[in-house]
Design a protein. Structure first.
Length: 103
């Protein structure tokens, strides 16, 4: 198994806007500094899922799951660490291509 170099892993992590990534999976709304929505990891009626764009982290205050963008992809997609990095690389490339096309 090929290991992803730390330099590439950090570049992917730092190039991934957690809000943009999570928006693909969860309907979130900005309230104050953070974004809130229903947690995708358990059933709930009242939003307890928070995304902090400044710190680039998420946290569900009900089930306790949280972390950075890589943790989110691992949990939501059921992927291991390496595959989560690859998934984020594709998301970054797609986002950049859409921005170049004016979309």
């Amino acid at each position: 198994m090929t290991k992803i170099p730390e330099k590439i892993m950090l570049k992917v992590k730092n190039s991934s806007d957690i809000v943009e990534v999570i928006k693909d999976y969860v309907k979130i709304k900005k309230k104050g500094r953070n974004y809130f929505g229903l947690c995708p990891f358990h059933k709930e009626k009242t939003p307890s899922f928070s995304v902090n764009p400044e710190k680039q982290i998420f946290k569900c205050f009900d089930c306790g799951i949280g972390g950075g963008v890589i943790n989110f992809i691992m949990e939501i997609e059921g992927l291991n660490f390496k595959d989560s990095i690859i998934c984020l690389m594709y998301k970054i490339i797609t986002l950049e291509e859409n921005n170049e096309d004016g979309k």
